[in-house]
Design a binder for this molecule. Structure first.
Ligand code: PFF
Length: 458
């Protein structure tokens, strides 16, 4: 048990790994279609407020708890509050990892298949024909073997990266993939803006239309700020536990949040400029990526290359997030059960993949599991994690700092590695309290909607 804890090689490596966790399907798929359907810039504004008011303090909270204890969530809570119930918040994180990665791995597989289809030139057949594109997508995700093949491949790559360790696997690959994502995304955005009418994307994304902003969009933006920053399940606690004591947690958190937001916005520009140039519907919703884009890429010169590059970076973004989710489970078995890294990763990566197989099959007719609140098992896992598990985990984390760890002790840890030690503890208390209350309200709103058919707001 005396093996020294693995550590990030450099601060840059840590920032790229943590922002790799944050930047994922949520930024490139979920954010653009949510903004597209909810008033463009008005949604973005609310999203930014949520990220900076609620998200920032919880990101720093997770980093600090991990670095202080040098342990993943269960051990971290146990160290600060032994013999208390707080360890269950850690277990909730491990359970959330299971739930999220099961469907995330399936979507990761879809993305790989789409990169492959684009590379082969198969989008040509869909040119200017979103109906054909929609049929292809539906036929693919409801089929049995093809999505499973791609999901297994995606999960295999994910397991491979983690088996190679914190520095030699997660950090090494994040350092390659994150800069690649940023560069290609900028190229795609510039390319999109240079298309005729492409500039309308900027007006759409950055000029607020408050009339289109409903109360439910505000709730959506709050929920999404958790998902996009990978908060509420201990990912950032786990990544923080591999930090050396001399890193500045505040600046690291600002980098991670800044990169996450910037990448979501650039993805929005890249996608909407293409959509507007080709006269497609920006409010298409979840089908924006898998239905609209494959039908518009072939219409632009060099579309085969642009389409392939787009799905390639989406794959990288999904992979860097998926590895951070699996690392939460792996780290628990290493820290608390003394397992080796490869054994923990292979056993639990394998079992999560099996749950994912059921997610994938639930979309077809073979396994019609609709008894989970009337939705498919796939949708249920997404719903359960983003509407309940992550917000509850984040809220309890905020309460843990306020009530058990104490804001003073928390700030003492934050100050390690910082030159200025002037963060107001009142401000931290206010931000964490607002965070916890707002999240409690969202969860209540959701429960009221499920029980009585209409939410308190929304
Ligand atoms: N932040 C990721 C995204 O935006 O796609 C999703 C995610 C990763 C959620 C890791 C939670 C997590 F622990």
């Amino acid at each position: 048990m005396s093996i020294p804890r693995e550590k990030w090689g450099t601060k840059l490596g840590f920032i790229l790994a943590a922002s790799g966790s944050a930047v994922g399907i949520g930024n490139i798929w979920k954010y653009p279609h949510m903004a597209g359907q909810n008033g463009g810039a008005a949604f973005t504004l609310i999203y930014l407020i949520c990220i900076f008011v609620v998200g920032l303090s919880i990101v720093i909270g997770e980093f600090a708890l991990g670095r202080k204890t040098q342990l993943s969530p269960v051990g971290a809570y146990l160290t600060i509050a032994p013999k208390s119930l707080w360890k269950w918040v850690g277990f909730l994180g491990v359970a959330s990892a299971y739930v999220i990665l099961s469907f995330y791995g399936v979507v990761g597989g879809w993305i790989m298949n789409y990169a492959f289809l684009s590379m082969k030139g198969d989008f040509e057949l869909l040119s200017g024909n979103p109906e054909a594109s929609s049929q292809l997508f539906n036929a693919f995700i409801t089929s049995t073997w093809s999505p499973l093949f791609w999901q297994l491949l995606f999960m295999f790559i994910c397991i491979y990266v983690i088996v190679n360790g914190v520095k030699g696997g997660i950090e090494k690959w994040s350092k390659i993939m994150m800069p690649t994502i940023i560069i290609i995304l900028i190229v795609l955005a510039v390319r999109g803006l240079s298309l005729p009418n492409g500039l309308s994307a900027l007006t759409f994304l950055f000029k607020p239309k408050f009339a289109d902003l409903s109360a439910s969009a505000i709730v959506l933006a709050l929920g999404h700020s958790f998902f996009t920053l990978s908060l509420g399940m201990g990912t950032m606690i786990t990544y923080g536990s591999y930090l050396k004591k001399n890193e500045n947690l505040l600046s690291s958190a600002l980098w991670v949040i800044g990169l996450d937001t910037l990448i979501a916005l650039i993805a929005g520009v890249a996608i909407f400029s293409t959509v507007f140039a080709l006269g497609a519907d920006p409010a298409e919703g979840a089908g924006l990526i898998f239905v609209v884009l494959p039908s518009v890429f072939p219409e632009i010169p060099g579309g085969q290359i642009w389409g392939t590059l787009f799905f390639l970076i989406l794959f990288m973004a999904a992979l860097t997030s998926a590895i951070s989710i699996l690392e939460v489970v792996t780290a628990y078995f290493i820290d608390q059960k003394g397992w080796s890294r490869s054994r923990a990763t292979i056993v639990f990566g394998g079992t999560i993949t099996i749950v994912g197989v059921f997610c994938s099959l639930s979309l077809g007719d073979n396994l019609n599991i609709t008894w989970f609140l009337g939705m498919s098992f796939f949708d249920f896992m997404d719903y359960l994690s983003s509407k309940y598990m992550l917000p509850i985990g984040g809220m309890l984390m905020a309460i843990f700092i306020l009530k058990t760890w104490s804001v003073e002790e928390f700030l003492r840890e934050v100050y390690v590695g910082m030159d200025s030690k002037k963060i107001s503890s009142q401000l931290v208390t206010i931000l964490l309290s607002i965070g916890a209350l707002v999240i409690a309200f969202i969860i209540l709103n959701e429960i009221v909607e499920k029980l009585f058919g209409s939410p308190i707001i929304g």
